[in-house]
Design a protein around this ligand. Structure first.
Ligand code: ZN
Length: 391
């Protein structure tokens, strides 16, 4: 594993995106991190930038918190059996994603569905992603798919063993609202966060979860409220937004029109802090290395919201909702950054305007825990300007 630079300085930042909805753009041109945590934000002249171990000249590019994919289905390492792909996580890093959250390791061939087996797999999955970060990406995994017959003690056992997430409720045999509600509450009691599959079946073997089940189960996140892939009818999506305060998760592997409806409803309710983004990859529609950037551009352009607001959905909103120490440019948070710029020859007066017109930005560099993890993206359109490691 790459060890973080003791002191990292990024100077000449042209635009600083904070990840925080209340102030999405910060004043400043420089960020300093010490031992992988943000230690200084502002103007170079006001900060202690002396003797850095690593010095990056941003050359006027924009800095954003590293993107968080709130909904992935990893299995092991940087390999997915779903579409027989290797290095898919590395490919997503090149799309600006520095943190991923598992919604269940459902694609493991022969996935155990007996209770002792599923608990063992959850604990093992949590461990192997904690011990091995593909290309440096933080993968929060070990998200069991709950099955009938589980008891409170099972949730207590898993929590004590380090499990912090449930896989999508509804992908296992627990599909009724009352049973799901009981297990979600047990999970919550022991500090395990939950998400629920919303919408029609995703692939053969999964089932319909409608608004009544979602509301009764009361999971922390309304997983892919825009369907994964098939969405619920519009009135049910609006009802879900209005009837609870849980996370409104919009995914790339879903219905885009339904995503726009859910986002607009959240704004009408004055609750845009509930909107978070995921890809739901790998899935039947494959892996989307640029999926989070594409969601940002889609929501900003078709939904007509400022691009800097859309970035918050994929950074600070998700971090706050899921209790992560990243996703915000704030002192003490993890030094997880991406440096991005307008794509070459893309229209728009600046990067934010270009994204608002529906174009992806180019990723020039990613930094995780204060260490450079990738330079010019092999996947995004090339950025007009590129940051440079000076030291
Ligand atoms: Zn799903």
């Amino acid at each position: 594993m790459v060890s973080p630079a003791r002191k990292l300085v990024i100077r000449n930042i042209g635009l600083m995106l904070s990840g925080a909805l209340e102030q999405p753009i910060l004043d400043g041109d420089t960020v300093v991190s010490i031992d992988g945590k943000i230690a200084g934000i502002g103007h170079e002249k006001d900060l202690d930038t002396g003797n850095p171990d690593t010095l990056i000249d941003a050359h006027g590019t924009a800095l954003s918190p590293g993107l968080i994919d709130s909904h992935v289905h990893p299995v092991i390492g940087d390999y997915t059996p779903r579409q027989q792909q290797v290095n898919w996580i590395d490919s997503c890093l090149h799309g600006g994603v520095t943190t991923m959250i598992s919604a269940g390791e459902v694609h493991l061939p022969g996935r155990p569905k007996d209770i002792v087996g599923l608990k063992a797999m959850a604990i093992a999955s949590q461990r192997w992603y904690e011990n091995f970060r593909p290309s440096g990406v933080k993968v929060h995994a070990g998200a069991p798919v709950i099955e009938e017959g589980m008891e409170e003690q099972d949730f207590k056992d898993m929590a004590e063993a380090g499990v912090t997430l449930l896989g999508e409720v509804g992908l296992g045999s627990v599909k009724a609202g009352d049973k799901a509600k009981l297990m979600v509450a047990w999970a919550r009691k022991y500090g395990i966060q939950s998400t629920i599959h919303t919408g029609g079946p995703s692939i053969p073997g999964s089932g319909l979860i409608d608004k009544d089940v979602v509301l009764e189960a009361d999971a922390d996140i309304i997983g892919h409220i825009n369907g994964g892939h098939t969405a619920l009818p519009d009135d049910q999506i609006v009802c879900l937004c209005e009837s609870c305060k849980r996370g409104i998760e919009l995914v790339h592997n879903g219905n885009e029109r339904a995503a726009l409806l859910a986002m607009r409803t959240a704004f009408e309710l004055g609750q845009s802090e509930r909107v978070i983004l995921g890809t739901d990859a790998p899935a039947g529609s494959g892996v989307q290395p640029l999926g989070i950037l594409r969601m940002i551009a889609m929501l900003s352009s078709l939904g007509d919201i400022p691009a800097e607001t859309a970035f918050c959905f994929a950074t600070g909103n998700t971090a706050r909702m899921r209790g992560l120490d990243c996703g915000l440019i704030e002192t003490g948070k993890a030094a997880d950054f991406i440096l991005i710029d307008t794509a070459q020859h893309a229209p728009g007066k600046d990067m934010l305007d270009s994204i608002h017109q529906g174009n992806l930005p180019g990723v020039g560099m990613t930094v995780i825990d204060g260490a450079i993890r990738s330079t010019r993206s092999r996947n995004t359109p090339p950025a007009t300007r590129l940051p440079e490691q000076v030291k």
